[in-house]
Design a protein around this ligand. Structure first.
Ligand code: C2E
Ligand code: MG
Ligand code: MG
Ligand code: MG
Length: 281
């Protein structure tokens, strides 16, 4: 029976595997259509300065509502886009749309709102990437100083020299750079100091363990101190309660992003949210 059991396990495993493969294939195909037919949307999640009620910048987050399968999480479809070569056009769409949203917000609110845009590491390996972004900004009369480009560090950048060159060019053009998801994978501050980053975002996975772990608190405090030593502004991701916010305030973390302050929301909802905050002042 052991043989049969293990045989069954093999069958079950490969069926699940095959289904996952089919889903990816289907999603890859549909993502291409979604990109061509305006099937993606951008949400905004405001960040807050920890020392006051003042709002800081907003992170732009892609959303995909699949006509049949419903909402597909970005962690899933961004990964698929990276593996199928769609990431280049997805990022171009996100950047173009973010520039348009920036103009829309400035007109509606009367002052610019800084937007943080996620850039994939594979975009930065492309030789024309920074030139494209800069050209697009210039042709639309966009001020790069109103944008922060968020980059997740990866251990194996195929093209480290190109990655660095693109980041430097973008920074020279006035774009700000943030290191995203710090504390996961291969994060090191030596790496961070090799690039012109001005902000460091501590990953949610570290923050969520904070309340229950004194050790985790020490690690976060040390990370914040070292980031400050390198002249970086620190943002903590994934704050869901006041206790975590207060702990981060004692560590002199500058900004927070999390459900406790605001969830990601469509642009129209964001404008309404800003309005109620202005009225409350
Ligand atoms: P990220 O860049 O680290 O973005 C922050 C993620 O944390 C977002 O997940 C946000 O919704 C979530 N988050 C924020 N506060 C909280 C909280 O208090 N609790 C919890 N549980 N989650 C919180 P989301 O929108 O699902 O995006 C996941 C990842 O997908 C992003 O992580 C980013 O790496 C990637 N992504 C999203 N949009 C884009 C995009 O336009 N381009 C690229 N290249 N990647 C994107
Ligand atoms: Mg991000
Ligand atoms: Mg992050
Ligand atoms: Mg990320």
């Amino acid at each position: 029976t052991t043989a049969i059991e293990s045989d069954q396990r093999v069958v079950i495993y490969s069926e699940a595997n095959q289904q996952a493969g089919l889903r990816r294939l289907q999603l890859a195909q549909d993502l291409e259509d979604a990109l061509e037919q305006d099937g993606l949307m951008l949400y905004l999640q405001p960040q807050q300065y920890i020392d006051g009620r003042q709002q800081a910048n907003c992170e732009v987050l892609a959303r995909w509502s699949h006509p049949v399968l419903g909402m597909i999480p970005p962690d899933e479809f961004i990964g698929i886009a990276e593996q199928t070569g769609l990431i280049g056009s997805l990022t171009q769409w996100v950047i173009g749309e973010s520039f348009a949203i920036s103009e829309q917000l400035r007109r509606a609110i009367g002052e610019p709102v800084q937007l943080s845009i996620n850039i994939s590491a594979s975009d930065l390996s492309h030789p024309e990437f920074s030139e494209w972004v800069i050209r697009e900004a210039v042709s639309r009369g966009i001020n790069p100083g109103n944008f922060i480009l968020e980059v997740t560090e990866t251990a194996h950048n195929q093209n480290q020299a190109m990655f660095q060159r693109n980041l430097i060019k973008l920074n020279e053009a006035g774009f700000m750079l943030a290191i995203d998801d710090f504390g996961t994978g291969y994060s090191s501050l030596t790496y961070v100091s090799d690039f012109p980053f001005s902000e460091l975002k501590i990953d949610r996975s570290l923050i969520s363990e904070m309340a229950s772990s004194a050790r985790q608190q020490k690690i976060i405090r040390a990370t914040i101190d070292m980031a400050h030593g390198l002249g970086l502004v620190v943002t903590a991701e994934g704050i869901e309660d006041e206790a975590t916010l207060k702990a981060l305030a004692t560590m002199h973390c500058e900004k927070i992003q999390g459900y406790y302050y605001a969830r990601p929301m469509p642009v129209a909802d964001y404008l309404a949210w800003v309005q109620t905050r202005i009225e409350a002042l």
